[in-house]
Design a binder for this molecule. Sequence first.
Ligand code: PRX
Length: 654
Amino acid sequence: MSQTAERIETLLKERRTYQPPAAFKRTAHVRSKKPYQEASRDRLKFWAARAKELEWFKPWKKVLEWNPPHAKWFVGGKLNASVNCLDRHLKNGRRNKVALIWEGEPGDRRTLSYWDLHREVCRFANVLRDLGVKKGDRVAIYMPMIPEVVVAMLACARIGAPHSVVFGGFSAESLKDRINDAEATVLITADKGYRRGQVVPLKRNADEALKETPTIRHVVVVARDGKGSEAAGIEMQPGRDHWYHELMSRASPDAKPAVMDAEDLLFILYTSGTTGKPKGIVHTTGGYLTHVTATTKWVFDLKDDDVFWCTADVGWVTGHSYIVYGPLSLGATVVMYEGAPDWPDKDRFWEIVERYGVTVFYTAPTAIRAFMKWGPEYPARHDLSSLRLLGTVGEPINPEAWIWYHQHIGGKRCPIVDTWWQTETGGIMITPLPGVTRTKPGSATLPFPGIEAALLDGDGNEIKVGGGFLAITSPWPGMLRTIYKDDQRYRDTYWGRWPGKYFTGDGAKRDRDGYFWILGRVDDVLNVAGHRIGTMEVESALVSHPAVAEAAVVGKPHELKGQALVAFVILRAGVSNRPELADELKQHVATKIGAIARPDDIIFTADLPKTRSGKIMRRLLKDIAAGRALGDVTTLADPAVVQALKEKYEEQES
Ligand code: PRX
């Protein structure tokens, strides 16, 4: 049975349902199905009402202009994202409310009020302007999870300079490629960060990248442990590199916000696709902010006394939308934590929940599966009674993990919102509304009001009940506008399959209640521990090693990570297979891309299963990697290759 079919089988067996608890429902922002009805009657009016909850310098003239596949939302409207996230809370009674509660991995803590954050952001906006950054210039950000990363993003938004945040776990080479694609003129980084007790040498990695980034004029370096504790051995290149604290000490706390068009770029965020080159996903200002603000409010039911903790890194879209733009736009209190969940011990998250009285907690299934493995004694050490709502994102959640989360973290009283969305969608698309939706473990349930999703077959026919490709059938405010400098790829990847309908790359199943059950990617993209990795990127990294002639990378099911990478490698003629070569290749991939892309297994082979036209049969490699019976081999040029490989893999695994 194929992996997808197996998943459908398990999911079909899942019949438990959970109604929103009465106590939750009583106070929820959304208590009835009315928004669904309003949105289906008039989708544009529905979104316009959500946009009106933001502060605009100038109202829009038209809600949507749709020239497939290009959408413009809130046409003619003018606003600034940092004004929405900060300035408006200085006038609405929240200026001394805590915006950020931050905890570093070593245990250091800081809190910033909305007023504090506003001052810091304005100062840094002035710093960037003094460095010559103008509206439209791209700024790269490569930082640990410290408050300054939020300051940097909002300062960019304030002056209208699109940011491109690069996850701190990415390698120098990945950083270099992203800087060069965006042609960023300034890089903001830090001397170091902390992760699982180790120092992450961000500036050192950045220096490696900066050797080949001709567009960068200035580098701003945050001293992670403050002035006077700058990491030893940091080299500062005169004229190019500047300490953040030095520039900030001279900067004024007043900075006029740039007046941005609703369709001006807010940020670029790179994500993996099916080629070796990551895609620069382009998000603009008005529609994105409307989408993330509305979904934060209704999906997480955020109120003024909530303490919201989204455990993602700001280097991913989840951090952009649900640590920074959504919650801050609502004036919420946000918890931000720098490090690993098992440092110094496996109860770190629960210690944080207890210490700050976290009420709404949003994490990934891969983390939940790790908590399950560690055992319920870790959460049991702490008082988690402040929690009232739980969320998950990033990959399909298996019903067992859902039930465990419900029981051991949520004390059986918290609704769970399983939220399906993507870097490209900007914000949550398919999700329960916690005061309304009856949930089923493993199902992301129904599209958010104003979002239209369907399951289609290869020809674009709709499948009402059963399995198919997940499509979004009409434009939505937070949608990506294009791929940076590659509109053709945008057209081909997302809109090439069915005209006017967005192809998500995911397979899903729909049950008789219309609920969506996401099964996972149907393209050559893998989801490892909630991180998106293109098989082609890993293959390119492998073949850049002098010993490798050819490589094929596939995913195999993994208990904790959801999927793990398996690489089949053909060595160059004359290269002998040294015992340490597999580890060397794994390390090579980690150095090229980042530790998240390190393959679990490397299988050396003399041959790969190919069709007569020379195409690698990945389906068979997946079967081998998953230890399944081999599928159809009749189209193979040489069926013996695959049988030999299978035997070899089984021998290696045993
Ligand atoms: O396969 C889906 C999976 O993650 C992919 C998007 O990855 P990325 O752009 O990195 O964004 C992750 C965070 C929004 C999707 O194509 N995915 C995301 N959420 C879910 C999910 N799969 C199942 N259930 C989810 N709730």
